[in-house]
Design a protein around this ligand. Structure first.
Ligand code: PAF
Length: 299
């Protein structure tokens, strides 16, 4: 596996590969890789001829009070994991490569950046869009692979590729979880053992809410209340949001329609650690006709 630190070198490498007819898959990360990242690299290597993984802790997606300085970094660990996962190139640029001196240009995502996670981290999605666009310009990928764990981020990068005419196909890969159900994240390193075992409540609340919906609940407020009530069992958990929305555009109708894909989105803080999770649930299609639904109190 090659390590590249310069943008120009990465771009040349990618142009060369593509000129040979090879497809380039790209996995952007902030490093401190775990099994979730490995699953993205593996998927990229199944779908593309060449896999580039980036390691870059992007300063513009952190607010001044957030964990940019303490964000875990371990190049050797990342190198070994990426190499074992059949990555071809590890791109590990210095800050000045990604944000050259005097750089002032940034991208603005629009409304999607200020709801759900964006309401609590208003700087975050513009920072992500800006750095992902720079990384795409450097790696020139055919496809880029993102984890569903950062659900809203996947919507933002899909919109980015579409709106900025980037032509990069965004592939969203399933969440990888610990056996307890806790979604894997580099930030799990901040959790104490006790917090880690308690953090499984996020996944449990999603599973319970999925069952609640599948028992034919379609009222958004009732679904949200159910999730909140479940999570409140863990008193030390601070709930920023626990909300259901249309899985494609995050709109929030009062009643979800039959057959619709709904995403349950969680943003919480446990101790000092921000934990997010989500699950997509299909609203069941009823077998009743309109009259029967009315009689059964479903309408
Ligand atoms: O998901 C992440 O790790 C980051 O937000 C990303 C996409 C690498 C941009 O810095």
């Amino acid at each position: 596996m090659k390590v590249i630190r310069k943008v120009d070198e990465l771009r040349e490498y990618s142009i060369e590969q593509r000129s040979k007819g090879k497809t380039v898959g790209f996995v952007p990360t902030m490093g401190f890789l775990h099994e979730g990242h490995v699953s993205l690299i593996t998927r990229a290597s199944l779908e593309c001829d060449i896999v580039i993984t980036s390691l870059f802790v992007n300063p513009t997606q952190f607010a001044p009070h957030e964990d940019f300085d303490s964000y875990p970094r371990d190049f050797e660990h990342d190198y070994n994991l990426a190499k074992n996962a059949d990555c071809d190139v590890l791109f590990a640029p210095a800050r000045g490569e990604m944000y050259p001196e005097g750089a002032t240009t940034s991208l603005s995502v629009g409304d999607l950046a200020y709801v759900f996670e964006g309401k609590y981290r208003p700087h975050f999605f513009d920072g992500v869009a800006t750095v992902v666009s720079k990384l795409f310009s450097a790696a020139l990928p055919n496809k880029a692979f993102f984890g569903q764990k950062d659900y809203q981020q996947t919507l933002v990068v899909k919109a980015l590729s579409r709106d900025m005419l980037m032509g990069v196909e965004i592939v969203v890969c399933p969440i990888v979880r610990e056996t307890s159900g806790l979604a894997m994240s580099s930030r799990n390193k901040y959790l104490t053992d006790e917090e880690k075992s308690k953090a499984k409540i996020l996944f449990q609340s999603l599973v319970a809410t999925k069952e609640f919906i599948e028992s034919s609940e379609r009222n958004r407020k009732k679904i949200n209340a159910f999730m909140h009530e479940y999570l409140r069992k863990l008193e030390i958990l601070k709930i920023d949001y626990a909300l259901a929305a249309d899985a494609y555009n995050l709109s929030e109708p009062s009643e979800f329609e039959e057959g619709m894909d709904v995403v349950l989105l969680l943003g919480t803080i446990l101790g000092k650690t921000r934990l997010i999770d989500n699950m997509v649930v299909k609203i069941p299609v009823s077998n009743y006709n309109e009259d029967e639904r009315f009689q059964a109190g479903l309408k």
